[in-house]
Design a protein. Structure first.
Length: 269
């Protein structure tokens, strides 16, 4: 597996002033219980970053807030300089922020190839006028998207399964499918909620390699919620630690392992 070089880590640290996502004093309560409490952090543009912390720290709630599935009670979320605090999920996606879920959400009754075909934004066939009166444009784009989808499946090692129903894939293969589907949407920022959960070790390595490749070749910024600290240390240049709904610390894993508050709250001895 590719290991982040010291030069690359230095580059990321130098990029901290170039921020693609900013979370400022965000809070969210459910029935009087604060899931997120005055939480603030920034994600460097072009980085592979992680959001870690113990169960109940508020990580998944934060993902839902950033992705637009929930709206904060207070605070502000800024993506690419745009205030997205109260922006709908589909509008945030059109800005280039795409998310995956803690539990894979494949379209089980569709083939692997068909799963990829639903992802691209701005498909001309979705417009009634074009579909009826300019079908040749729709057909041409469909052919191009099929070729792109097949190439993407080949990259992710799913080409042989292109005509299989998505429901027949293993847990790890569904994670690969979810990443491949996200790639078809041409994201600038990928928000991954526990991408390694329930995945066999050999596929964890492949997922990590794909994330690094997408970051290197397509300049996609990643923020991933992850409990597998080995993979976090291996591929993530910047880490945000949450505890009891708030930001406890930020930095790389080496720095965080030397932070007593982080060790006490999460990392252990």
């Amino acid at each position: 597996m590719t290991v982040v070089s010291s030069d690359r880590q230095s580059d990321i640290k130098a990029m901290k002033r170039d921020v693609i996502l900013k979370v400022e004093s965000v809070s969210k309560s459910f029935g009087g219980v604060k899931a997120v409490d005055n939480c603030s952090f920034e994600v460097p543009n072009g980085s592979i970053s992680a959001l870690i912390g113990p169960n109940g720290a508020g990580k998944s709630t934060m993902v839902n807030l950033v992705g637009g599935a929930l709206r904060p009670d207070s605070g502000q979320i800024v993506f690419k300089g745009i205030d997205t605090t109260n922006v709908a999920q589909h509008q945030i996606a059109h800005l280039g922020l795409i998310r995956t879920f803690q539990i894979s959400r494949e379209f089980a009754a569709m083939t692997v190839l068909e799963n990829l075909m639903v992802s691209p934004r701005g498909q001309v066939g979705e417009k009634l006028f074009t579909a009826i009166f300019r079908p040749s444009i729709t057909k041409r784009q469909d052919r191009e998207l099929v070729q792109k989808a097949l190439q993407t499946l080949d990259i992710f090692g799913l080409y042989k399964m292109r005509n299989e129903y998505a429901s027949s894939l293993s847990g790890g293969q569904k994670r690969l499918l979810e990443l491949a589907r996200a790639v078809m949407a041409e994201p600038e920022f990928l928000l991954l909620d526990e991408p390694m959960a329930g995945v066999a070790p050999v596929l964890i390595q492949r997922l990590g390699e794909h994330i690094q490749r997408m970051n290197d070749e397509q300049s996609i910024t990643f923020l991933m919620v992850e409990h597998n600290l080995e993979i976090v240390e291996r591929i993530c240049e910047f880490v945000v630690v949450m505890a009891v709904g708030s930001t406890l610390a930020t930095g790389d894993m080496k720095e965080l392992r030397e932070n007593k508050a982080v060790v006490d709250a999460y990392l252990g001895g």
